[in-house]
Design a binder for this molecule. Structure first.
Ligand SMILES: [Zn+2]
Length: 280
């Protein structure tokens, strides 16, 4: 009897763990439908831009930092390089003079939420408040609203992208190069990852709140310049967008619709952006 009861418990335990595993897998399945979803978002969401020319956009998230951002701005000015800053509203409200300097130096300033929450898990009103307060902080510093937003962690639903675009007029900017600099792997690792993965049309993610990221930038700028890249803001990069060449197909009339492909010419450098807990 005892043995039978033990067996029953074992079986129940096995079923239980199978069910749990099925739950864990659910979000991954959702992720797999992403390419189709991204296609529907054409003109709203960008992680890489097809351009004719060696143009790239450097982006810096989570600042401004009163300690580190001025150092980065000095370096960018010395190289005559324009970048894009996705600001945390709290930091922008604390450092309006830095926000103003970013714009004065020719950089683009954009919305990265008020306090860096996971927007996909929030109510519409919660998201609205996060974006509105940050928009106001930027408008107070610059006299005008930004036109781009980046969701913290890249986490945002298709429905949210739509209404945010309609309500705020924002384009939603992700990235194709992620050096995972928030893990603070050291300046040379950050530099190598960026230089290795950047290609024409890339949107490079970095954070101007980590000393190692700032320390990596002299190397990043030098190496990318040596490769012939030119630096523009994200809005400038989007304005340069050219149509993708039609994909050569061996069969003239495929009976099935073409599969949604994330990258038409060469695969974007997504190597590290699928990290479970990115701190963008
Ligand atoms: Zn962030």
């Amino acid at each position: 009897m005892c043995i039978l009861r033990l067996l029953l418990f074992c079986l129940l335990g096995m079923f239980g763990s199978l069910l749990l595993r099925a739950d864990d897998a659910a979000p991954q399945n959702k992720e797999k439908s992403k390419p189709t979803a991204e296609k529907e978002q054409s003109g709203i969401t960008f992680d890489w831009i097809h351009v004719d020319g060696p143009y790239v956009a450097l982006t810096f998230d989570d600042g401004p930092s009163s300690k580190l951002t001025p150092k980065l701005l000095d370096l960018l000015a010395a190289h005559h390089i324009k970048a894009t800053f996705f600001l945390i509203g709290e930091n922008a409200a604390e450092n309006p003079e830095l926000v103003a300097r970013e714009a004065r130096d020719g950089h683009e300033v954009a919305n990265h939420s008020w306090s860096h929450p996971n927007l996909a898990k929030m109510s519409d009103d919660g998201v609205r408040g996060q974006l509105r307060r940050t928009d106001d902080a930027i408008k107070n510093a610059l006299g005008k609203s930004p036109t781009l937003m980046r969701p913290p962690y890249g986490s945002i639903t298709l429905r949210q992208k739509r209404w945010i675009n309609q309500e705020f007029g924002y384009k939603v900017i992700l990235w194709d190069v992620d050096p995972l600099d928030w893990r603070r792997p050291g300046a040379s690792v950050v530099c190598n990852r960026i230089v290795k993965n950047t290609r024409a049309g890339s949107i490079v993610l970095a954070h101007d709140i980590h000393p190692g990221t700032i320390d990596a930038m002299p190397c990043v700028l030098k190496e990318l310049e040596a490769k012939g890249f030119k630096f523009v803001t994200v809005s400038e990069l989007i304005a340069m967008e050219t149509p993708l060449p039609p994909k050569p197909s061996p069969t003239p009339k495929p009976s099935l619709p073409p599969k949604a492909s994330p990258a038409p010419t060469s695969a974007p450098a997504k190597s590290t952006s699928s990290s479970p807990t990115p701190q963008n």
